[in-house]
Design a protein around this ligand. Structure first.
Ligand code: PLP
Length: 402
């Protein structure tokens, strides 16, 4: 029987990923027969659950070169970011704590920073260049006496651009300030090692790496230096007091399995998915003019491709493109006609920023799907440009005039 491709094709893996069937398999018993509460110390149901959670803790730790004791389970990367940032600032006890971050961070970092700024903190948001990079000399000179934390993401969720986390860690550790990185997009896709990279706090999320939604982890360094953070949830004192609330055992087991699988497959997947991404870009660029790639193409996640199309509105393009699930600019910016603050920070003009599509490939993406998506993009761009009074196509885009 002929294989039939399932539609629509999903190319929005920055927003979320499907749960790997092996992850689901690993989770299932923890909903039914192994339903115990790891906080129950008086019987085997509790002990069993605690064992499951601790195995997951080892699996998460092992993916990022941490020790199991340094992993705290949370409800996802948003919570981890909040806990890290507010927790460090509060524990510092500083009257006017200074935090350094960057304009292209996720809202899960920017919003807590804004909240803190409203309560006496001083926040420096570093700009980025046209490729999406911060200037490390600028970072160095921004660090001062009152700086308690630098928070810079490992990989950007819109462009895939990678910050040089190892170099940043060297700078912060030498300056004696803490370094937090939001690795929600990077963890499981590229090697991250908290020791080598001198990362003090790291956020990750299960649903961005083929695990379940609503569960994540925060890594908190325990030695050299021992990082102090203030809990943000008060209650039963779970997770060694740092995050009260009964642990989501099936979710945590799923996160552990997702980390183990990602660690095993990472090298192979990066090559395979990277080749598919390059194929997608090449196909589109061969048949469409006025296409711009956003963000540094050399330092980026293997699965990421952010393209702007001249003379086309991204939202309209999305609607014209049936059967391909991608996001415009940012999945997280609300208003329909709002362009991406990340792309604007790169100096992409409002027009081009509004004409951008974010392609995110994943573990189960096939060549057939990539070719299908490329055709749909090419077709839709041509169709829309035919109606644009400003567009005068070149020979490469033959259908534009007709
Ligand atoms: C998805 C994402 C988050 C939020 O993660 P949740 O687990 O959905 O809360 C934070 N930061 C980045 C970079 C992300 O991509």
């Amino acid at each position: 029987m002929k294989h039939v491709m399932k539609l629509p094709v999903y190319l929005d893996h920055h927003a979320t990923t499907p749960c790997d069937p092996r992850v689901v398999e690993a989770m299932l018993p923890w909903f039914s027969t192994r339903f115990g509460n790891p906080a129950s110390r008086s019987h085997s149901f509790g002990w069993e659950a605690e064992e499951g959670v601790n195995l997951a803790r080892e699996e998460v730790a092992s993916l990022i070169g941490a020790r199991p004791k340094e992993i705290f389970f949370t409800g996802g990367a948003t919570e981890s970011d909040n806990l890290a940032i507010k927790g460090v600032v509060e524990a510092s006890g500083a009257a006017r704590p200074h935090i350094i971050s960057c304009v292209t961070e996720h809202k899960a970092v920017l919003d807590p920073l804004e909240w803190l700024a409203g309560r006496g903190a001083r926040v420096t948001l570093l700009p980025v260049d046209h490729e999406g990079h911060v200037d490390l000399d600028r970072l160095r000179s921004a660090i001062g006496e009152e700086t308690v934390l630098v928070s810079l993401m490992t990989a950007n969720n819109e462009t895939g651009v990678l910050h040089p986390v190892g170099e940043i860690g060297a700078i912060t550790s030498e300056a004696g300030v803490l370094f937090h990185t939001d690795a929600a997009q990077a963890a499981g896709k590229i090697p991250v090692d908290v020791e080598k990279m001198k990362i003090d706090l790291l956020s990750l999320s299960a649903h961005k790496m083929y695990g379940p939604k609503g569960v994540g982890a925060l890594y908190v360094r325990r030695r050299n230096p021992r990082v102090r953070i203030a809990r943000q949830l008060h209650g039963g004192g779970h997770e060694r007091g740092l995050r009260s609330g009964t642990v989501n055992v099936p979710g945590v087991v799923g996160l552990g399995a997702a980390c183990r699988l990602a660690g095993e497959a990472m090298a192979e997947e990066a090559v395979r998915i990277g080749a598919l991404r390059d194929r997608l870009e090449k196909r589109i660029a061969e048949k469409t003019d006025g296409v711009h790639r956003n963000g540094d193409p050399r330092h980026t996640l293997p699965n990421s491709l952010n393209l702007s199309f001249e003379y086309v509105d991204g939202e309209t393009l999305l609607m014209a493109m049936e059967d391909v699930a991608v996001s415009p600019g940012s999945a997280c910016s609300s208003g329909a006609n709002e362009s991406s603050y990340v792309l604007e920070a790169l100096g992409v003009g409002k027009e081009l920023a509004r004409s951008s599509l974010r392609f995110g490939l994943g573990r189960f993406t096939t060549e057939e799907e990539v070719d299908f998506a490329a055709e749909r993009v090419i077709e839709a761009v041509r169709r829309l440009r035919r109606f644009s009074p400003f567009y005068h196509g070149t020979a490469r885009d033959g259908a534009a005039g007709g």
